[in-house]
Design a binder for this molecule. Structure first.
Ligand code: BGC
Length: 751
């Protein structure tokens, strides 16, 4: 009876009034004040503990989970199934003393049930509407299936393709990264977290994780604040400005202090400077790992993390096992615990969990909103838009649906690898590429297929990813593929990376196609048949040899549940490709880190002058620059025009315009990109930085004038005192089809 009365009271107090409104905020504060007044210290600390790991005497792995929930030692649980989650929620709200509901967090990175292209791929769509919609669908599916918190968006700027986690973010550009981050947050969190089809987003990995030295995961980072503010922090800030409800502190060091124990980062910058008002969760055991970083034992690092601003401990169980002692010893204060506990209770309140702890646990809704036909159709659309045409000499593409087409290569026979990292093994009703081709051509053409080779014959790489090495079998596969290809009219070779080579803990020192795949490609070239190279992978690869030997190359990425059908739509020309790279493709791994928004050097590269910034054995230029991508049609750029070349004051606006003509014979989309350079400033500035783009659709022979309005906001940067400023003087505007092929003009802007 007592329980029922309690629940009634909880419901009456919490009854929905969005915490976004001032009245709602007051109501939430009163509710949480009331709740916290009744909570014991242990219960408060329990709210800071994300499930998992060991709590001596209570929890060991999943053993003792129910008991830990009953004792109020866990705040959130991992995802399992609606039925399982309901059982745990029952225990939390009926059997724990304070009846506080659990949250349920999961890595919903590029879709929940319906898997979309990996984030690096979808960022190549240059379409925030599509990206936001993918996050919205993910949120609807996740929230209907018991998950109300995603550890996404991952917005780490990455300039090093050796790092496997480059797959999880939007590439190398801070301006675009911030736009994508905001779109994802809007998609997940919707208009109001109080709606039952929205989920809490978590921006990660705060901060600078993408700069892991040598591209090796979990490695150290060291960076100037100038570089942080101008190049690495903008996407996190984009998420904060969009109202992200939680943030994850990263594994790496920031200025010598682990991010998860860095007060400057988590409190001074994130909260005080940026106004973030959600909660911070540590990355997986990032608090415990501070011991390896040399900061002390579990008790000490847990206290450091709490004081720095980590509200929730993921997997270390350091808070739940040591904070009480630290409090007794005066190492932390009651206020430190209360502040963190309040932030987490606020998130639960905003999610509506105190109103109805079961609102995300409806079996019927779970089925209804899972991988619907519409969601899969959308997955196909966004996968089409993510594909980047890298080369198409002699218009080898699109293919015609006729004759005999050989589809060969290890990526042509898999559905799971096309899903990409962080995607579980749900049955997506996906097609393999061979199946998708067959569906596309019907009876009009003959498809022959062969696996062609193993992903790799390299023993170390194979062992690390659970693959078998068998050179004799590889030889046999190559022969079989060659004989089938020799009898075909055209060959489509689908190569790349299995998903186990990309994502977390998947750094590669060599990012070329492995020898086994290259051997197959060489053998296919010898047949004399036209060979189209398709790549399905999770990072930029080094493709110099491929670029010199193949006339047509398509970057299809790990495109998700409908990757294969989307690819076949593009290869057969039902869809004209329009994706543009958001990460530079180096020629060799030795060029890394390589990115378009580099600073000038004191001795710019001059091949005629030995003592300039260059390599002896390779050009400085990447193979495919940032922003690069072709279409089946051609776009011609006219003259870049400025409506004014000398401006004054903060209110002034400059219009840069250019005529873009579809000079080919097919309708197509083009991403017209605008970059700005600031050649003379108080600090050395990048030669050019992306500041805008427009995606236009042009019919054959149609011309459109594309205009960009430039304001002083586009000239701003952080100066050496970390003030956001713009400095008067000459500037350069560049407009073009990628970051390399641009038209430019100079303008002058005075205060
Ligand atoms: C990853 C995070 C992820 C977390 C929980 C960590 O190892 O770095 O990105 O959210 O695990 O799965």
């Amino acid at each position: 009876m007592k329980k029922i009365i309690y629940m009634f009271l909880v419901l009456a107090v919490a009854a929905s009034c969005s915490a976004k409104e001032p009245e709602g905020q007051k109501k939430m504060d009163r509710f949480i004040d009331g709740l916290m007044a009744k909570m014991t210290l242990d219960e408060k600390i329990g709210q800071l503990n994300l499930s998992g790991g060991d709590i001596p005497g209570v929890l060991s792995g999943s053993e003792g989970l129910e008991d830990a929930v009953r004792k109020g030692l866990l705040t959130s649980t991992g995802w399992s199934s609606v039925t399982e989650l309901r059982k745990l929620q029952d225990i939390a709200v009926n059997e724990s003393r304070m009846h506080i509901p659990l949250m349920c967090g999961l890595d919903v990175i590029h879709g929940f049930g319906t898997i979309f292209p990996i984030p690096l791929a979808s960022s190549c769509s240059w379409d925030t509407t599509l990206i936001e919609k993918s996050a919205r669908i993910a949120a609807i599916e996740a929230s209907s299936n018991g998950c109300n918190w995603t550890y996404s968006p991952m917005v780490d700027i990455a300039r090093d393709a050796r790092w496997g986690r480059i797959a999880e973010g939007a590439g190398e550009d801070p301006w675009w990264g911030a736009k994508v981050a905001a779109a994802m947050v809007r998609g997940y969190q919707g208009k109001d977290l109080a709606d039952s089809n929205t989920i809490l987003a978590c921006v990660k990995h705060f901060a600078l994780y993408g700069a892991s030295e040598a591209g090796r995961d979990y490695n150290t980072v060291d960076m100037s604040r100038l570089e942080m503010y101008n190049d690495y922090l903008p996407p996190y800030k984009g998420a904060v400005d969009a109202g992200v409800g939680s943030a994850m502190s990263s594994f790496n060091l920031v200025e010598g202090i682990p991010a998860s124990g860095n007060h400057w980062l988590l409190t001074d910058l994130l909260r005080k400077e940026w106004g973030f008002n959600g909660f911070v969760v540590s990355d997986y055991d990032a608090i415990g790992e501070m011991t390896s970083h040399g900061l002390g034992d579990k008790q000490k690092v847990s206290a450091i993390a709490l004081k720095a601003g980590v509200d929730m401990d993921m997997m270390t169980n350091g808070y739940v096992t040591t904070l009480k002692k630290s409090l007794e010893e005066g190492k932390i204060s009651q206020k430190d615990i209360d502040v963190a506990c309040r932030r987490i209770l606020e998130a639960k309140y905003k999610l509506g969990l105190f109103d109805d702890p079961y609102r995300y646990l409806d079996e019927k809704k779970a089925k209804e909103n899972f991988m619907t036909k519409e969601n899969l159709e959308f997955a196909r659309l966004i996968a089409q838009k993510s594909i980047v045409l890298l080369k198409n000499d002699g218009k080898l593409l699109p293919l015609r649906k006729e004759g005999t087409i050989a589809v060969v290569g290890p990526m042509a026979f898999t559905t799971q690898d096309l899903l990409g990292m962080w995607s579980g093994t749900n049955d997506q009703n996906s097609a393999t590429i061979v199946e998708a081709f067959q569906e596309a051509v019907g009876d009009n053409a003959r498809i022959v297929s062969a696996q062609g080779c193993h992903f790799t014959e390299d023993p170390m790489l194979a062992a690390a990813s659970g693959l078998k090495v068998d050179p004799a079998e590889n030889e046999r596969l190559i022969k079989e593929a060659v004989s089938k290809s020799a009898a075909a009219d055209v060959v489509v070779a689908v190569m790349g990376e299995p998903r186990s080579w990309t994502g977390e803990a998947c750094s590669r020192s060599d990012i070329s196609l492995p020898a086994s795949q290259k051997d197959l490609l060489k053998a296919l070239l010898k047949t004399g048949k036209p060979v189209i190279l398709v790549l399905a992978n999770g990072r930029p690869l080094t493709l110099e040899w491929e670029d010199s030997n193949f006339k047509a190359i398509v970057e299809a990425w790990h495109g998700g549940a409908e990757a294969a059908r989307a690819l076949s739509d593009v290869l057969f020309g039902d869809v004209n490709p329009s994706g543009k790279l958001t990460a530079t493709f180096p020629r060799t791994v030795g060029q890394i880190p390589i990115y378009y928004n580099a600073k000038p050097t004191g001795r710019p590269c001059n091949p005629k002058d030995h003592y300039t910034s260059q390599y002896l054995d390779i050009t400085n230029e990447p193979l495919y620059p940032f922003g690069y991508g072709l279409s089946y049609t051609e776009f011609t750029y006219g003259e870049l025009k400025l409506d004014n070349a000398s401006l004054k004051g903060d209110k002034a606006e400059l219009t840069a315009s250019i005529d873009v003509t579809n000079s080919g014979d097919r309708e197509g989309e083009e991403v017209v990109q605008m970059y700005i350079g600031d050649p003379v400033a108080s600090i050395s500035r990048p030669i050019k930085e992306l500041k805008g783009f427009q995606k236009i659709d042009l019919k054959p022979h149609e011309t459109q004038t594309v205009s960009f309005i430039i304001t002083t906001g586009d000239l701003e940067f952080y100066d050496s005192s970390l003030k956001r400023v713009w400095e008067p003087g000459d500037f350069q505007v560049y407009v073009g089809t990628n970051s390399r092929d641009v038209k430019s003009k100079t303008f002058n802007w005075q205060k």
